[in-house]
Design a binder for this molecule. Structure first.
Ligand code: CA
Length: 232
């Protein structure tokens, strides 16, 4: 079904997860330290990476950063430190989901299924998960089926690409997206989008959105996110 990389230095745990994933029909790659995890992730291009935070040679955060520079592969982070979850979850590092140790195999398999389902939906061009057709964030209202956005009840005149970019950001408030990811999702790899294209679209969006324009924040070293709350 899918190719999944497990990066975990505890061999028993790594092998246990491997066995269960293979039972589900997946092909499994294993890495036991951070350096080889990053290498394997970028060379073999798995469909999903299960990445432990505490790894020898290169910690999980750095592995995650290295993968994110080149790939949008979903990353499920394993961590024993629940207080670090905000950092793990995308904003700084770019992981898609996390599990705190100890976790049950059943829970892990459920997360894996959810992440794989999400990429299936993305591939089919469907909306991610069951996104509601109208998103409202304070003064901003984004109607995904009508492809219109309004601020304080006034329609904002957006180009189709500007709308797609806004919709993607607003659907995932608080989550940081790399420019590469945005290019792939909004312009498609072959359409000649560049970092500059993303930046100019964001600039225009900010201007057009007026009072809520500042909600599109630059995340240094990563890209952009739509702030969850207006006062951040
Ligand atoms: Ca570990």
């Amino acid at each position: 079904m899918a190719t999944i990389l497990i990066a975990e230095d505890e061999r028993d745990l790594n092998n246990l997860v491997r066995r269960h994933l293979e039972e589900e029909g997946h092909q499994v790659l294993q890495a036991f330290d951070g350096l080889s995890a990053a290498h394997v992730a970028l060379r073999e291009r798995p469909d999903l990476v299960i990445l432990d935070w505490m790894l020898p040679r290169l910690d999980g955060l750095e592995v995650c950063r290295r993968i994110r520079r080149e790939s949008i592969v979903p990353i499920l982070m394993l961590t024993a430190r629940s207080e670090e979850i905000d950092r793990v979850l995308g904003l700084e590092v770019g992981a898609d989901d996390y599990l705190t140790k100890p976790f049950s195999i059943r829970e892990l398999l459920a997360r894996v299924r959810a992440l794989l389902r999400r990429i299936e939906l993305d591939r089919d061009g469907q909306a991610t998960e069951a996104a509601p057709p109208v998103l409202t964030l304070d003064a901003l209202r984004v109607d995904l089926s009508q492809h219109v956005a309004s601020v304080e009840g006034t329609l904002v005149d957006l180009t189709p690409k500007e709308f797609d970019l806004l919709a993607l950001l607003v659907r995932n408030p608080g989550r940081a997206f790399s420019r590469d990811y945005l290019i792939e999702k909004v312009w498609g790899y072959d359409a000649g989008g560049s970092d500059r294209t993303v930046d100019t679209h964001v600039l225009r969006l900010r201007k057009k959105l007026g009072s809520v324009g500042d909600r599109i924040e630059t995340v240094w070293g990563i890209g952009y996110r739509f702030a969850k709350t207006g006062d951040s």
